[in-house]
Design a binder for this molecule. Sequence first.
Ligand SMILES: Cc1cc2nc3c(=O)[nH]c(=O)nc-3n(C[C@H](O)[C@H](O)[C@H](O)COP(=O)(O)OP(=O)(O)OC[C@H]3O[C@@H](n4cnc5c(N)ncnc54)[C@H](O)[C@@H]3O)c2cc1C
Length: 410
Amino acid sequence: MIDAAECVVIGSGALGASVAYHLARAGRQVALLDKHGLGSQTSPRAAGLTSQARGTDLMTALARRAVRKIESFAAETGEEIVFHQPGALKIARLPEHVAQLESEVARGRRLGTGFEMISPDEARAKNPFLEVKGILAVGFSPTDLFLEPSQIPNGYARAAEKRGATLLAHTLVSGIVVKGGHVAGVETEHGTIGCEVVVDAAGAWLRAVAALSGTQVPMVPTRHQLLITQPIPGVDNTQPITRIIDANVYVRPDEGGLMLGGYEPDPLQYDPAALPARFDIAELRLDFSVLHRLADSVREQLPIFQRVPHEIPLKVHRGGLPTMTADGEHTVGPVPSVRGLYVAGGCCVGGLSIAPAIGEALAAWIVDGKPPMDLSALAPGREGRIDEAALKQACRQRYAHHYWESVPAE
Ligand SMILES: Cc1cc2nc3c(=O)[nH]c(=O)nc-3n(C[C@H](O)[C@H](O)[C@H](O)COP(=O)(O)OP(=O)(O)OC[C@H]3O[C@@H](n4cnc5c(N)ncnc54)[C@H](O)[C@@H]3O)c2cc1C
């Protein structure tokens, strides 16, 4: 245990570990704390997909930057990483999603992602499990990649430690010390650590941790699940990630099997105040019927999943608690009410893959005193006052239409 650091980062998932690494690389004295094992909660349960087809210039640029940083992860951090880069298909089956794809392709091309429209037959040549009947349009992002997700938090945590950061697993933060409106330290189960900067990257608990300083950061932890089958003949890692916009379903190869996950219309939301501090994501109650319904919603395009699990056995069924925000944007930056307190969260089920870019940007903001780009769209406090019922409703709608550029009015 230490009694002081320049910066304390709470939470060693992908976001916290990335912030800690980038701060340590900039020469800051960092402590990275986690109440559980390092990188053990939602991050290692992710699908590990990148997505550069985004609805705004900012998110497209950050997603592009994150892919570049994963491509050069080993050279930059000194930590080995294994990833597969077959690209990603995005499929429109409704006319309004054709227009959305065309605008994403135009934005992606302008920002250097190489995103292009291809024919349904070209898509099937890339993914032989895809049936083309009913497909109206397909976008292809050639540089999107997938990876085993724990490599991101673990790689950054190890790289941070090599640059002098102190890693403190099994260290629950129970208080944030604020003096004269400025952060002065964090209280943990093993003692107090004095510091001038605190980064709250506590994932599903981010809101509860921010509340320790009297700060409200509205977001809703929301259960998200995926399945991975046992190996299927014909599956290999050169086949692209495949996303179906209207159904909000994604598929990718995984060690010879196929992974399927998606965004159901009626997700299970958690009240962060009611999540016990010691709750471990490993105890999360899972529900296979959600994945069954999602597989059914893409039966015309991906009929192979109709054979899961009776003919093609399951290998993995896992889930975690990413956090949703009312407008579907991440929450990153300084908290207006407490100087020295920053947050990195509100991941909207995309925090694993974008963590390299978010961690880099937030660390630069902390070190330089100003953001490296306009991040006001992600600012904590941008929502103003929002009542809990309206927040949950907006987050549910965002989740249920994850791949849709505009969320339909209810
Ligand atoms: C099934 C599934 C699939 C997904 N697929 C993708 C994908 O393909 N691509 C993608 O980009 N994202 C994906 N996501 C989302 C991604 O997993 C999250 O965005 C990301 O893991 C969030 O990282 P985090 O660091 O905020 O949270 P976490 O990994 O949960 O880390 C937060 C950490 O904070 C610690 N903590 C909390 N409170 C305290 C405290 N009081 N004191 C000390 N430590 C504390 C926790 O123990 C935890 O380790 C997926 C998620 C799931 C569940």
